[in-house]
Design a protein around this ligand. Structure first.
Ligand code: SF4
Length: 401
């Protein structure tokens, strides 16, 4: 790989590996970006990642982190459905992760599952290695089963909830389980929280929809200005925030809301839709191919693919020389011109990454197609916490006198 030209400052290192253990799934969710949107990479890679490939991917990140002087890395076990990966391969992978941990590097491991089947034997292994589990559930049964169905079209809700309860009954700590929900404006926010409060776990993540880009916006043709006044997903997210803020902040931990408030009061929280200072993750597919984050596969077949592989390439090289990774690692520097001066510039940073795509390609200089939604949502959160912000400013001003 040729060195980058110019005198740009060094990008920060990668911290997070999204490791695709499988390229198949036992559900067929309608909005799935792996199988049911534009990308068909799953058809061109092995169904299962080889153990050696998985171990090499983790070791590659560990080496990169050590050279960069970092003390911790994150590994997210992903798919397809990662729990369909053979159990003996998990054992070998965790043995390898254990060695990296013993060398002094902290390795946080999470696994994102559809939750349909969580094998008991595997659960013990996951618990022993402090893995955090994310179950996908979008809300009450009727809402969840609109999208989260099997090949037979039947809903998955009851089987997933049973499986989550069994997981807890087998002693897996509830604090290490979270629920991920894709926003569905067909459900009232109060309905969502009255459902969530009955769940046996407290940690929730609410996700913006990934399927919208400038090639397929959430408004009808010619109706952007109308949409801007009442953006469908932003209105929902804002109403959900108000509901949560007024009634549930202690009982239900919604990461999206906690991070938004945190960012607005000056904490360094940051994610794919909050802050957007940097995206320091990379994906490794089942063939060992190093890929850009999944947001970029939603809108174009092969949109996440790169020529790189864990078997040939080095993360230091990618960090220094690949233009897309360089941009992602320093995303704040590419903030769109139209976002500069926006009242939400700091908390939003150009908006949800999957929406910063046009003509199928990543366009970091373009604000997210969910700008109107996020603007609406952030403004509501800001006004809800305004009395606290004003009080804090007064206290701080008093302290300076
Ligand atoms: S709300 Fe819109 S204009 Fe403001 S920072 Fe976000 S994407 Fe940019």
């Amino acid at each position: 790989m040729k060195p980058a030209s110019g005198m740009r400052a060094e990008a920060p290192p990668f911290s997070t590996l999204i490791l695709k253990l499988t390229a198949f799934c036992n559900l067929n969710c309608s909005y799935c970006y792996m199988f049911n949107l534009a990308d068909r990479t799953y058809d061109r890679v092995p169904r299962c990642c080889e153990t050696e490939t998985a171990k090499t991917a983790v070791e590659l990140l560990a080496e990169h982190a050590r050279r960069a002087g970092r003390s911790a890395i994150n590994v997210v076990l992903h798919g397809g459905e990662p729990l369909l990966w053979p159990a003996d391969r998990f054992a070998a992978l965790f043995e390898s992760i254990g060695k990296i941990r013993s060398s002094g590097l902290a390795v946080s491991v999470s696994l994102q599952t559809n939750g349909l089947v969580v094998p008991a034997a595997l659960l013990t292994l996951l618990a022993e290695h402090d893995v955090t589990l994310g179950f996908s559930l979008d809300g009450p049964e009727a809402v969840n089963d609109q999208a989260r169905v099997g090949d037979d079209g039947k809903g998955s809700y009851r089987r997933v909830l049973d499986s989550m309860r069994q997981t807890l009954d087998r002693g897996f700590p509830p604090s290490r389980i979270g629920v991920l929900s894709v926003v569905n404006p067909a459900m009232r926010p109060i309905e969502y929280f009255e459902w969530a409060i009955e769940l046996p776990v407290r940690n929730l993540s609410l996700l913006w929809p990934i399927e919208f880009s400038w090639d397929s916006p959430p408004w009808d043709p010619g109706e952007e200005q109308l949409y801007r006044q009442r953006p469908r997903y932003g209105v929902w997210m804002a109403a959900a925030f108000r509901e949560w803020w007024d009634r549930w902040p202690e009982q239900i931990h919604v990461r999206q809301f906690l991070y938004t408030v945190g960012r607005l009061i000056g904490q360094a929280h940051h994610s794919d839709s909050i802050g957007n200072d940097f995206v320091d993750m990379f994906v490794v597919n089942t063939d060992g191919g190093i890929e850009y984050p999944d947001y970029l596969r939603a809108h174009r077949d092969g949109g996440s693919r790169t020529p790189y592989s864990v078997h040939r390439d080095d993360l230091d090289d990618l960090r220094a020389n690949d233009p897309t990774f360089r941009t992602l690692l320093r995303l704040r520097e590419s903030i769109p011109a139209e976002c500069r001066g926006c009242q939400n510039e700091d908390v939003c940073g150009g908006g949800f990454l999957a929406g910063r795509v046009t003509h199928g390609g990543f366009a970091p200089e373009t604000r997210s197609v969910l700008c109107h939604d996020q603007m609406y949502y952030f403004n509501v959160v800001r006004s809800a916490i305004q009395p606290y912000l004003a009080a804090m400013e007064e206290v701080e001003a008093g302290g300076r006198q």
